[in-house]
Design a protein around this ligand. Structure first.
Ligand code: UDP
Length: 359
Protein backbone atom coordinates (compact mmCIF):
# COMPACT_ATOMS: atom_id res chain seq x y z
CA UNK A 1 0.00 0.00 0.00
CA UNK A 2 1.30 3.43 -0.93
CA UNK A 3 0.09 6.58 0.85
CA UNK A 4 1.15 10.12 0.00
CA UNK A 5 0.75 12.87 2.60
CA UNK A 6 0.48 16.42 1.29
CA UNK A 7 1.70 18.98 3.79
CA UNK A 8 3.01 22.52 3.61
CA UNK A 9 2.14 24.58 6.69
CA UNK A 10 3.20 24.46 10.33
CA UNK A 11 0.08 22.83 11.83
CA UNK A 12 0.23 20.15 9.13
CA UNK A 13 3.77 19.17 10.09
CA UNK A 14 2.54 18.55 13.64
CA UNK A 15 -0.41 16.45 12.48
CA UNK A 16 1.73 14.53 9.99
CA UNK A 17 4.31 13.79 12.71
CA UNK A 18 1.65 11.81 14.57
CA UNK A 19 0.51 9.91 11.47
CA UNK A 20 4.01 9.18 10.16
CA UNK A 21 5.03 7.71 13.52
CA UNK A 22 2.07 5.32 13.31
CA UNK A 23 2.76 4.50 9.65
CA UNK A 24 6.33 3.49 10.58
CA UNK A 25 4.90 0.50 12.50
CA UNK A 26 3.03 -0.90 9.50
CA UNK A 27 4.85 -3.33 7.24
CA UNK A 28 4.10 -3.16 3.51
CA UNK A 29 3.16 0.50 3.78
CA UNK A 30 5.13 2.92 1.67
CA UNK A 31 4.58 6.41 3.06
CA UNK A 32 5.73 9.36 0.94
CA UNK A 33 5.55 13.07 1.73
CA UNK A 34 4.97 16.01 -0.59
CA UNK A 35 5.98 19.33 1.00
CA UNK A 36 4.30 22.08 -1.02
CA UNK A 37 6.63 24.75 0.36
CA UNK A 38 3.84 26.97 1.76
CA UNK A 39 5.87 27.47 4.96
CA UNK A 40 9.56 27.35 4.23
CA UNK A 41 11.49 29.34 6.88
CA UNK A 42 13.77 27.29 9.08
CA UNK A 43 11.65 28.05 12.18
CA UNK A 44 8.33 27.49 10.38
CA UNK A 45 9.30 24.21 8.68
CA UNK A 46 12.73 22.57 9.13
CA UNK A 47 12.68 22.66 12.93
CA UNK A 48 9.46 20.59 13.00
CA UNK A 49 10.92 17.86 10.79
CA UNK A 50 14.03 17.70 12.96
CA UNK A 51 12.43 17.92 16.42
CA UNK A 52 9.41 15.74 15.70
CA UNK A 53 11.20 13.08 13.67
CA UNK A 54 9.09 13.61 10.55
CA UNK A 55 10.66 11.79 7.59
CA UNK A 56 12.35 14.10 5.07
CA UNK A 57 9.87 15.08 2.33
CA UNK A 58 10.24 12.97 -0.81
CA UNK A 59 9.08 15.87 -2.97
CA UNK A 60 9.42 19.59 -2.34
CA UNK A 61 7.38 21.82 -4.61
CA UNK A 62 8.78 25.14 -3.35
CA UNK A 63 5.49 27.00 -3.80
CA UNK A 64 5.16 29.94 -1.41
CA UNK A 65 4.56 33.65 -1.06
CA UNK A 66 1.90 33.92 -3.76
CA UNK A 67 -1.74 34.97 -3.80
CA UNK A 68 -4.33 32.26 -3.12
CA UNK A 69 -5.02 31.52 -6.80
CA UNK A 70 -1.42 31.26 -7.98
CA UNK A 71 -0.38 29.36 -4.87
CA UNK A 72 -3.17 26.79 -5.04
CA UNK A 73 -2.84 26.47 -8.83
CA UNK A 74 0.90 25.83 -8.77
CA UNK A 75 0.53 23.37 -5.94
CA UNK A 76 -2.19 21.55 -7.84
CA UNK A 77 0.04 21.27 -10.88
CA UNK A 78 3.04 20.09 -8.88
CA UNK A 79 1.07 17.57 -6.81
CA UNK A 80 -0.60 16.16 -9.94
CA UNK A 81 2.83 15.55 -11.53
CA UNK A 82 3.96 13.59 -8.48
CA UNK A 83 0.72 11.62 -8.22
CA UNK A 84 0.84 10.66 -11.91
CA UNK A 85 4.32 9.28 -11.37
CA UNK A 86 3.68 7.57 -8.04
CA UNK A 87 -0.01 6.58 -8.35
CA UNK A 88 -0.56 6.03 -4.60
CA UNK A 89 -3.55 4.16 -3.19
CA UNK A 90 -4.50 7.13 -1.11
CA UNK A 91 -3.66 10.80 -0.62
CA UNK A 92 -3.81 12.11 2.91
CA UNK A 93 -4.49 15.81 3.45
CA UNK A 94 -4.56 17.66 6.74
CA UNK A 95 -6.45 20.65 8.10
CA UNK A 96 -7.53 23.62 6.03
CA UNK A 97 -4.74 25.30 4.08
CA UNK A 98 -4.27 25.82 0.35
CA UNK A 99 -2.01 22.73 0.43
CA UNK A 100 -4.96 20.73 1.78
CA UNK A 101 -7.27 21.81 -1.01
CA UNK A 102 -4.67 21.41 -3.77
CA UNK A 103 -3.82 17.89 -2.57
CA UNK A 104 -7.47 16.87 -2.45
CA UNK A 105 -8.33 18.23 -5.91
CA UNK A 106 -5.21 16.77 -7.56
CA UNK A 107 -5.93 13.30 -6.14
CA UNK A 108 -9.67 13.29 -6.77
CA UNK A 109 -9.32 14.23 -10.43
CA UNK A 110 -6.96 11.26 -10.86
CA UNK A 111 -9.48 8.98 -9.11
CA UNK A 112 -7.13 8.44 -6.20
CA UNK A 113 -8.85 8.09 -2.83
CA UNK A 114 -8.64 11.18 -0.60
CA UNK A 115 -8.53 11.06 3.20
CA UNK A 116 -8.98 14.27 5.18
CA UNK A 117 -7.55 14.50 8.69
CA UNK A 118 -9.48 17.10 10.72
CA UNK A 119 -12.65 16.87 8.64
CA UNK A 120 -16.00 18.45 9.46
CA UNK A 121 -14.80 21.61 11.21
CA UNK A 122 -16.77 24.73 10.46
CA UNK A 123 -16.54 28.35 11.56
CA UNK A 124 -19.56 29.25 9.38
CA UNK A 125 -17.58 32.28 8.27
CA UNK A 126 -17.20 32.04 4.51
CA UNK A 127 -14.83 35.03 4.49
CA UNK A 128 -12.15 32.79 5.94
CA UNK A 129 -9.94 31.14 3.32
CA UNK A 130 -9.64 28.18 5.70
CA UNK A 131 -13.43 27.68 5.74
CA UNK A 132 -13.53 27.54 1.94
CA UNK A 133 -10.65 25.04 1.91
CA UNK A 134 -12.33 22.84 4.53
CA UNK A 135 -15.72 22.69 2.89
CA UNK A 136 -14.35 21.94 -0.57
CA UNK A 137 -11.85 19.39 0.72
CA UNK A 138 -14.48 17.58 2.77
CA UNK A 139 -16.84 17.41 -0.19
CA UNK A 140 -14.37 15.49 -2.35
CA UNK A 141 -12.86 13.31 0.37
CA UNK A 142 -13.56 9.60 0.52
CA UNK A 143 -12.54 9.23 4.17
CA UNK A 144 -13.39 11.99 6.63
CA UNK A 145 -11.49 11.74 9.90
CA UNK A 146 -13.32 13.93 12.41
CA UNK A 147 -11.74 15.11 15.68
CA UNK A 148 -15.00 15.39 17.67
CA UNK A 149 -18.78 14.89 17.70
CA UNK A 150 -19.45 18.45 16.54
CA UNK A 151 -17.47 17.85 13.34
CA UNK A 152 -19.46 14.67 12.64
CA UNK A 153 -22.71 16.55 13.23
CA UNK A 154 -21.64 19.35 10.88
CA UNK A 155 -21.08 16.82 8.10
CA UNK A 156 -24.40 15.12 8.77
CA UNK A 157 -26.23 18.44 8.61
CA UNK A 158 -24.59 19.12 5.24
CA UNK A 159 -25.92 15.81 3.90
CA UNK A 160 -22.66 13.88 3.89
CA UNK A 161 -24.44 10.68 4.91
CA UNK A 162 -25.93 10.71 1.40
CA UNK A 163 -22.53 11.05 -0.26
CA UNK A 164 -20.21 8.23 -1.18
CA UNK A 165 -17.81 8.72 1.73
CA UNK A 166 -16.99 7.32 5.15
CA UNK A 167 -17.06 9.47 8.28
CA UNK A 168 -14.86 8.32 11.16
CA UNK A 169 -14.94 9.99 14.58
CA UNK A 170 -11.35 9.24 15.55
CA UNK A 171 -10.41 12.02 17.97
CA UNK A 172 -7.85 14.72 17.37
CA UNK A 173 -4.29 13.94 16.25
CA UNK A 174 -3.25 17.17 18.02
CA UNK A 175 -4.17 15.51 21.30
CA UNK A 176 -1.91 12.58 20.40
CA UNK A 177 0.88 15.08 19.70
CA UNK A 178 0.45 16.95 22.97
CA UNK A 179 0.46 13.72 24.99
CA UNK A 180 3.47 12.30 23.18
CA UNK A 181 5.62 15.43 23.26
CA UNK A 182 4.64 16.88 26.64
CA UNK A 183 7.56 15.25 28.45
CA UNK A 184 9.91 16.35 25.67
CA UNK A 185 9.18 20.08 26.07
CA UNK A 186 12.22 22.31 25.54
CA UNK A 187 12.82 25.72 27.13
CA UNK A 188 13.33 28.29 24.37
CA UNK A 189 16.87 29.67 24.29
CA UNK A 190 15.68 33.27 24.69
CA UNK A 191 15.30 34.65 28.21
CA UNK A 192 11.68 34.59 29.37
CA UNK A 193 9.77 36.61 31.93
CA UNK A 194 9.10 34.68 35.15
CA UNK A 195 5.34 34.96 34.82
CA UNK A 196 3.76 35.50 31.46
CA UNK A 197 0.72 35.00 29.27
CA UNK A 198 1.24 33.51 25.84
CA UNK A 199 -0.17 34.95 22.65
CA UNK A 200 -0.14 33.99 18.97
CA UNK A 201 -1.71 36.01 16.20
CA UNK A 202 -1.76 35.23 12.50
CA UNK A 203 -5.30 34.83 11.08
CA UNK A 204 -5.88 36.96 7.98
CA UNK A 205 -9.05 38.44 9.50
CA UNK A 206 -6.85 40.00 12.23
CA UNK A 207 -3.62 40.73 10.38
CA UNK A 208 -5.17 42.11 7.19
CA UNK A 209 -7.46 44.50 9.03
CA UNK A 210 -5.43 47.34 10.53
CA UNK A 211 -8.18 48.35 12.98
CA UNK A 212 -8.53 44.82 14.36
CA UNK A 213 -4.77 44.31 14.44
CA UNK A 214 -4.04 47.52 16.34
CA UNK A 215 -6.97 47.01 18.71
CA UNK A 216 -5.56 43.58 19.66
CA UNK A 217 -2.02 44.94 19.97
CA UNK A 218 -3.29 47.78 22.15
CA UNK A 219 -5.08 45.27 24.42
CA UNK A 220 -1.88 43.21 24.66
CA UNK A 221 0.10 46.34 25.57
CA UNK A 222 -2.29 47.00 28.41
CA UNK A 223 -2.29 43.38 29.63
CA UNK A 224 1.52 43.54 29.56
CA UNK A 225 1.38 46.05 32.39
CA UNK A 226 0.13 43.22 34.65
CA UNK A 227 1.58 40.08 33.02
CA UNK A 228 4.24 40.12 30.34
CA UNK A 229 2.79 38.93 27.01
CA UNK A 230 5.15 36.54 25.20
CA UNK A 231 4.30 36.52 21.50
CA UNK A 232 6.14 34.27 19.02
CA UNK A 233 5.62 36.39 15.95
CA UNK A 234 4.26 34.72 12.80
CA UNK A 235 6.02 35.99 9.62
CA UNK A 236 2.71 37.25 8.18
CA UNK A 237 1.94 39.33 11.29
CA UNK A 238 5.50 40.64 11.39
CA UNK A 239 5.22 41.78 7.78
CA UNK A 240 1.90 43.50 8.47
CA UNK A 241 3.19 45.28 11.57
CA UNK A 242 6.28 46.41 9.66
CA UNK A 243 4.11 47.68 6.82
CA UNK A 244 2.27 49.99 9.22
CA UNK A 245 5.58 51.09 10.81
CA UNK A 246 4.87 49.49 14.18
CA UNK A 247 7.66 50.54 16.55
CA UNK A 248 9.09 47.26 17.86
CA UNK A 249 11.63 49.18 19.97
CA UNK A 250 8.86 50.92 21.87
CA UNK A 251 6.54 48.17 23.08
CA UNK A 252 6.22 46.20 26.29
CA UNK A 253 5.01 43.10 24.42
CA UNK A 254 7.70 40.39 24.55
CA UNK A 255 8.00 39.51 20.85
CA UNK A 256 10.10 36.46 20.00
CA UNK A 257 10.71 34.58 16.75
CA UNK A 258 8.43 31.61 16.00
CA UNK A 259 9.60 28.59 17.97
CA UNK A 260 9.62 24.85 17.31
CA UNK A 261 6.85 22.63 18.63
CA UNK A 262 8.81 21.43 21.67
CA UNK A 263 9.52 25.02 22.70
CA UNK A 264 5.88 25.88 22.12
CA UNK A 265 4.83 23.03 24.41
CA UNK A 266 7.15 24.48 27.08
CA UNK A 267 5.70 27.97 26.62
CA UNK A 268 2.16 26.63 26.93
CA UNK A 269 2.92 24.46 29.95
CA UNK A 270 4.47 27.37 31.82
CA UNK A 271 2.24 30.30 30.93
CA UNK A 272 -0.62 31.76 32.96
CA UNK A 273 -3.22 31.87 30.18
CA UNK A 274 -3.26 31.84 26.38
CA UNK A 275 -4.60 34.45 23.95
CA UNK A 276 -4.71 33.31 20.36
CA UNK A 277 -6.42 33.25 16.99
CA UNK A 278 -4.84 29.88 16.17
CA UNK A 279 -6.98 26.78 15.85
CA UNK A 280 -4.26 24.51 17.21
CA UNK A 281 -3.48 26.61 20.26
CA UNK A 282 -7.11 26.74 21.39
CA UNK A 283 -7.01 22.98 21.85
CA UNK A 284 -3.48 22.84 23.18
CA UNK A 285 -4.49 25.37 25.85
CA UNK A 286 -7.04 22.80 27.04
CA UNK A 287 -4.60 19.88 26.69
CA UNK A 288 -2.10 21.74 28.90
CA UNK A 289 -4.75 22.94 31.37
CA UNK A 290 -4.71 26.66 30.51
CA UNK A 291 -7.68 28.95 29.98
CA UNK A 292 -7.81 30.42 26.50
CA UNK A 293 -9.06 33.67 25.04
CA UNK A 294 -9.77 33.36 21.35
CA UNK A 295 -9.12 36.59 19.48
CA UNK A 296 -11.83 35.87 16.93
CA UNK A 297 -15.57 36.37 16.52
CA UNK A 298 -16.26 32.67 16.13
CA UNK A 299 -14.46 29.36 16.53
CA UNK A 300 -14.54 25.89 15.01
CA UNK A 301 -13.83 24.45 18.46
CA UNK A 302 -17.22 25.15 20.03
CA UNK A 303 -16.94 22.39 22.61
CA UNK A 304 -14.15 24.35 24.32
CA UNK A 305 -16.37 27.42 24.60
CA UNK A 306 -19.34 25.36 25.78
CA UNK A 307 -17.17 23.74 28.46
CA UNK A 308 -16.00 27.13 29.74
CA UNK A 309 -12.35 26.51 28.78
CA UNK A 310 -12.30 29.10 26.05
CA UNK A 311 -13.79 32.59 25.79
CA UNK A 312 -14.36 34.32 22.46
CA UNK A 313 -13.20 37.91 22.71
CA UNK A 314 -13.19 39.11 19.14
CA UNK A 315 -10.79 41.99 18.48
CA UNK A 316 -12.32 44.67 20.69
CA UNK A 317 -9.79 46.04 23.19
CA UNK A 318 -12.17 46.48 26.11
CA UNK A 319 -13.65 43.03 25.64
CA UNK A 320 -10.22 41.39 25.36
CA UNK A 321 -9.14 42.97 28.65
CA UNK A 322 -12.40 41.95 30.25
CA UNK A 323 -11.97 38.34 29.06
CA UNK A 324 -8.39 38.43 30.32
CA UNK A 325 -9.53 39.38 33.83
CA UNK A 326 -12.19 36.67 33.77
CA UNK A 327 -9.71 34.00 32.61
CA UNK A 328 -7.16 35.12 35.15
CA UNK A 329 -9.59 34.59 38.03
CA UNK A 330 -10.62 31.20 36.58
CA UNK A 331 -6.97 30.16 36.44
CA UNK A 332 -6.73 30.41 40.23
CA UNK A 333 -8.88 27.27 40.46
CA UNK A 334 -8.50 25.51 37.11
CA UNK A 335 -10.95 22.75 36.30
CA UNK A 336 -10.50 20.88 33.04
CA UNK A 337 -12.31 17.70 34.02
CA UNK A 338 -14.12 17.10 30.71
CA UNK A 339 -12.52 14.65 28.30
CA UNK A 340 -12.63 16.09 24.78
CA UNK A 341 -11.06 15.06 21.45
CA UNK A 342 -10.74 11.33 22.00
CA UNK A 343 -8.28 9.15 23.85
CA UNK A 344 -5.01 10.36 22.35
CA UNK A 345 -4.92 7.49 19.86
CA UNK A 346 -6.37 9.25 16.81
CA UNK A 347 -3.26 8.53 14.72
CA UNK A 348 -3.51 4.83 15.48
CA UNK A 349 -7.24 4.74 14.68
CA UNK A 350 -6.66 6.49 11.34
CA UNK A 351 -3.80 4.16 10.42
CA UNK A 352 -5.76 1.01 11.31
CA UNK A 353 -8.75 2.27 9.35
CA UNK A 354 -6.67 2.94 6.24
CA UNK A 355 -4.86 -0.38 6.45
CA UNK A 356 -8.17 -2.26 6.79
CA UNK A 357 -10.00 -0.35 4.10
CA UNK A 358 -7.46 -0.04 1.30
CA UNK A 359 -5.84 -3.02 -0.36
N1 UDP B 1 3.28 26.58 17.01
C1 UDP B 1 4.64 26.37 17.13
N2 UDP B 1 5.45 27.47 17.21
C2 UDP B 1 4.99 28.75 17.19
C3 UDP B 1 3.58 28.94 17.06
C4 UDP B 1 2.76 27.83 16.97
O1 UDP B 1 5.10 25.25 17.17
O2 UDP B 1 5.78 29.69 17.25
C5 UDP B 1 2.41 25.40 16.91
C6 UDP B 1 1.30 25.35 17.92
O3 UDP B 1 1.72 24.79 19.13
C7 UDP B 1 0.25 24.52 17.22
C8 UDP B 1 0.45 24.87 15.77
O4 UDP B 1 1.75 25.44 15.67
O5 UDP B 1 0.48 23.15 17.39
C9 UDP B 1 -0.60 25.84 15.34
O6 UDP B 1 -0.29 26.36 14.13
P1 UDP B 1 -0.88 27.71 13.61
O7 UDP B 1 -1.32 28.54 14.73
O8 UDP B 1 0.14 28.27 12.67
O9 UDP B 1 -2.11 27.24 12.70
P2 UDP B 1 -3.62 26.88 13.04
O10 UDP B 1 -3.63 25.87 14.14
O11 UDP B 1 -4.32 28.14 13.38
O12 UDP B 1 -4.12 26.30 11.76
Amino acid sequence: MKIISVIGARPQFIKAAVICREFAHVSNLQSLIIHTGQHFDENMSKVFFEEMGIPKPDFNLGVSGLGHGAMTGRMLEGIEDVLLKEMPDIVLVYGDTNSTLAGAIAAKKLHIKVAHVEAGLRSFNMDMPEEINRILTDRISDFLFCPNDIAVENLKKEGFVNFNCTIVNCGDVMKDASLYYKSKAKKPICSLPKEYVLCTLHRAENTDNKIRLMSIISALEEISLTYKVVLPLHPRTKKKLESINFDFSNTNIFFIDPVGYLEMVYLQQNCKIILTDSGGLQKEAYFFGKYCITLRDETEWLDLVQSGYNILSGADKVRIIDCFKKSLSLSDHPNFSKCLYGNGKAGNTITKFLVNNIN
